[in-house]
Design a protein around this ligand. Sequence first.
Ligand code: GDP
Length: 368
Amino acid sequence: MEKQAVHCIGCGVEIQTEDPDVLGYAPKSALEKEQVICQRCFRLKHYNEVQDVPLTDDDFLKILNRLGQVDALIVKIVDIFDFNGSWLPGLHRFVGKNPVLLIGNKEDLLPKSVKRAKMVNWMKQQAKELGLQPVDVLLVSAAKGHSIDEAMAAIDHYRNGKDVYVVGCTNAGKSTFINRVIKQATGEKDVITTSYFPGTTLDMIGIPLDDGTSLFDTPGIINHHQMAHFVGKNELKVITPKKEIKPMVYQLNEKQTLFFGGLSRLDYIKGGRRPFVCYVSNALKIHRTKLENADALYARQLGDLLQPPGKGRLAEFPELVRYEFSIKERKTDIVFSGLGWVTVNEPGAVVAAYVPKGVRVMLRRSLI
Ligand code: GDP
């Protein structure tokens, strides 16, 4: 007999009991009840907490299309530590006339010495270059609760009485941000109330705002080019910085190589002795060697001296692919998507950056 699909009474998603990390999950025991509610709605209902669910690329397109059809404020969350990797490149083509408020999250990871106003300007410039014209740009730390009041005030200002859709790449901190907003709003009833009522739109959860409009949490969008998809859970902990990043400065001679664990590699080919400033998680070990020894070292030490990836994951870990760059501008970042970046202060350097096949590497104007 074919099983009949069961739907969540909260958001309408089809219930599945196999994968807790995928949309529509409910534990098997929930199926015995008359009215089934998915784990995501359950959490929101009972704990006032949203939970991120990843999307397939097809669903992503559907969501983007929907954003063009609504009349709302779009709040786009990016991870400032992985700005390009968490950017969602197509968004501006889909949002139509809807205003976009750009929020850079994880501000707490930036060195304290970096001026926040300068960072916001940098984000504005990058947004413009990437084709987006946000109504405003803010910098917050959802985890630490920095500037959440400002963000809430900005949302309330720019939404102009309309619904709000919060979008972001998985891991950008969208759930943490929304949960912060919900928590903060409990004490300040005039902005957003927490009287929960699940949305009826499939896979979007609506949190009612005071005036009958809603703040919609959209599922997180997976960017396949991020390092996060090539490492295991424990390894992800190593490469994800937990607190303010302390830049590591390496004075390199030509023909020297830096390994970032076994995940990435930077060869300094030409341009005279100069500093390379590395902004990566301080839990990730950087190993310096001679360029002529680098290949052999990698072949011999991957999974040991050079890790992550750990020994157990070598079979599924992709080979590193080499990209050569000639640095022509002052203050350029070589970005290893999801891992961090290396700043080169002066032009005239030739480098080669290596990343696992599928991960993006790029140059950009220096963030710091
Ligand atoms: P989502 O997938 O976009 O919903 O992201 P989550 O809210 O689940 O957060 C992803 C990861 O980023 C988690 O490990 C969070 O602890 C972390 N995170 C979220 N916000 C911040 C922040 O402001 N600062 C830092 N350092 N980490 C954060």
